[in-house]
Write a protein that binds this ligand. Structure first.
Ligand SMILES: *Cc1c(COP(=O)(O)O)cnc(C)c1O
Length: 327
């Protein structure tokens, strides 16, 4: 293991991302503020390139490659937002990319990944081990494997979103972050510790997949079976060695929300803020709403300045309509 990334690494990542990643908007909602009695600041990574924050980490990691790594290129395994992030980052940096994706990945995701000029290698989820396959291909072709969250350069890249947020808002009182493998949460916590030492930072996972919460309680990384949840970007089975170490040190707590709460948040974003947010991207806001409802008696949220990371907006439209129609 390398040493843990620091805020200095986030500053360096921000410099690398300048002119390549979007500086995403920080949106407000008077309706949300009135309804939940807090001041919400939404950092909208659904408007990031490729539709999710993952472009930040992927681009930062690939931009640090040396000449030999650049000529051989990058490899990743993912059926989700990390695949497109690595594919686009590689294209912008003019290097080859190979993405290992499941045979039964949605056609739209395969097309999007190929659309960024990446080579796609398909595998059978039921009979093949994608990590072993990716490692074999990496060795054969001399390519560098970039994992979706447990990598210092990926974590530092993800941390640039909260750096931008707090540069714009000043120090916030609370910050809610969507949590899967913990790249976004650990990077966000590093940025928050530097820019707002008093800020309470919460990672938010799906109720069905609370491995992060269990890990904090146990004091070691807990592995779970792939959880059943509509938050497909947070179906991770465990945190990483780097992400767990940072989360354990710098995060206030880990909260969970149900799929029904995610759909309510998704509807709020659509109706009130006119934004398409994927289920996983709704984790943070769903928990922020629940926290304010729980604390209504004490008016604990009154006037509190709350940062909410809206992590992504990639959802198949037929699926999106189906989820919104269901309740
Ligand atoms: C990957 C992803 C997450 C989870 O991020 P981690 O760094 O794995 O914790 C959350 N939301 C979206 C939209 C994602 O693509």
């Amino acid at each position: 293991m390398r040493s843990l990334p620091t805020y200095q690494d986030i500053l360096a990542a921000a410099y690398r991302l300048e002119g390549h990643a979007h500086r995403t908007p920080v949106l407000r909602s008077a309706t949300a503020d009135a309804r939940w009695g807090a001041q919400f600041f939404f950092k909208c990574e659904n408007f990031q390139r490729t539709g999710a924050f993952k472009f930040r980490g992927a681009f930062n990691a690939l931009a640090k490659f040396d000449a030999a790594q650049r000529s051989a290129g990058a490899i990743a395994f993912s059926s989700g937002n990390h695949a497109q992030a690595v594919a686009l980052a590689a294209r912008l940096l003019a290097m080859p990319a190979l993405i290992v994706m499941p045979q039964d990945a949605p056609a739209a995701k395969l097309a999007a990944t190929r659309g960024y000029d990446a080579e796609v290698v398909l595998y059978d989820r039921f009979t093949e081990d994608r990590v072993a396959l990716a490692q074999r291909l990496a060795a054969e072709r001399g390519m560098t494997l970039i994992p979706p969250y447990d990598h210092p350069d990926v974590i530092a890249g993800q941390g640039t979103a909260v750096k931008e947020l707090m540069e714009e808002t000043g120090p916030l009182d609370r910050l809610y972050v969507c949590l899967g493998g913990g790249g976004l949460t650990s990077g966000s916590a590093l940025a928050a510790r530097a820019l707002a030492p008093q800020c309470q930072v919460y990672g938010v996972e799906p109720e069905a997949g609370n491995d992060g919460q269990q890990s904090l309680r146990a004091g070691h990384i807990v592995h779970i079976a792939t959880p059943k949840t509509i938050a497909d970007g947070a179906q991770t089975q465990h945190l990483g060695a780097y992400t767990f170490a940072i989360i354990q040190r710098d995060v206030t707590g880990i909260l969970t929300v149900s799929d029904a709460q995610l759909i309510e948040a998704m509807r709020f974003f659509a109706e009130r803020m006119k934004m398409v947010v994927e289920p996983t991207g709704c984790l943070a806001f769903a928990a922020a709403c629940a926290a304010s409802e729980a604390s209504e008696a004490e008016r604990a949220m009154q006037g509190v300045r709350v940062g909410v990371i809206v992590s992504g907006g990639n959802v198949d439209m037929a699926r999106y309509a189906e989820l919104l129609a269901a309740c």
